[in-house]
Ligand binder design. Structure first.
Ligand code: SF4
Length: 300
């Protein structure tokens, strides 16, 4: 039986190569920008682009060599080009393995502070819990989502409102998370104003290696003005809370950050002194900048 040669044998083109996926856009009359999904790009003349897609480039031309080295084409005989392209793509997306490590769970939108700069849709403490507190159902679904993350190191941060107003759900989440976490490392942080801290919370935090993050806006008068609560004692509650956590769980289990307001601007020295007196080694100014305190006389 007669056997036909393959199609390439009848081609009058000097070079048989295949195109790899790419995008292109016109830059000006004669120049196009071609890009591919491993992040390579090339500026190519319109005429060369036409010859390239029609497979008319000769393998000795510079444009051919550049297109080949940047994975815009591969030669039929060279299957390894596809493997190289896949390897390059895998390397480029390697960061996804560390993706979504930090997860924030808002356990309650209720709060007994009424800070003027509050950025959440805060509700009063006597507001309807069914509306403003996280339910068990939401907690379970959230954890299922969290543990779909490819990251092996997960941080769950409880925020509010004041998250400790719904301490029951925090306990449930930590216990359930420990059951379903598999081989992942999970760290828990409670971001709290510390007004609600008590023995039960401290014991639970100690057993489960939970960290705390709080707000310390500066000296007493400034803190109380920035962070009003019934009794005008938010500063006292914060300082007492910091001491209780350090005594019960460990010195490094609590960190603090400040919110800068108009009233803070003239009190930078007092604010830094407040942090030093309370044993903090640095101040975090939200997302703007940070200052490291070396000792009382030197700021870096
Ligand atoms: S303590 Fe936090 S949640 Fe409560 S009012 Fe102040 S900023 Fe808002």
């Amino acid at each position: 039986m007669a056997k036909f040669k393959d199609l390439n044998s009848f081609s009058n083109k000097k070079n048989i190569y295949n195109l790899l996926p790419f995008n292109f856009d016109q830059i000006d009359n004669d120049i196009y920008l071609a890009t591919n999904f491993v992040g390579e790009h090339i500026l190519i003349k319109k005429s060369d682009l036409g010859r390239f897609v029609n497979k008319e480039l000769t393998s000795t031309s510079n444009i051919y060599k550049e297109l080949k080295s940047k994975h815009f084409l591969y030669e039929n005989k060279n299957d390894i080009a596809i493997d190289l392209l896949a390897l390059k793509k895998r390397t480029k997306l390697n960061f996804l393995k560390e993706f979504t490590g930090l997860h924030i769970m808002v356990t309650s939108l209720r709060c007994e502070h009424s800070c003027p700069y509050c950025q959440v849709s805060r509700a009063n403490t006597n507001s309807n819990k069914n509306i403003y507190d996280m339910s068990h159902d939401t907690a379970i679904k959230s954890l299922e989502l969290i543990f779909q993350s490819p990251n092996n190191n997960i941080k769950i941060e409880f925020q509010g409102g004041e998250p400790l107003l719904n301490f029951e759900i925090i306990k449930f989440i930590v216990n359930h998370s420990e059951k379903i976490k598999g081989t992942k490392n999970v760290q828990y942080v409670i971001a709290t104003n510390l007004a609600m801290i008590n023995h039960e919370i401290l014991e639970f935090a100690k057993i489960n290696n939970i960290f705390f993050s709080t707000s310390l806006d500066g000296p007493e008068s400034l803190h109380n003005k920035n962070r009003p609560r019934k009794g005008n004692n938010s500063y006292q509650k914060t300082i007492e809370g910091i001491e209780k956590i350090r005594e019960s769980i460990g010195y490094d289990k609590i960190s603090a950050l400040m919110t800068t307001t108009k009233d803070s601007l003239s009190k930078s020295k007092e604010i830094i002194d407040e942090y030093i007196e309370n044993g903090f080694s640095g101040i975090f100014f939200k997302t703007t900048f940070s200052v490291r305190i070396c000792n009382k006389n030197k700021i870096l």
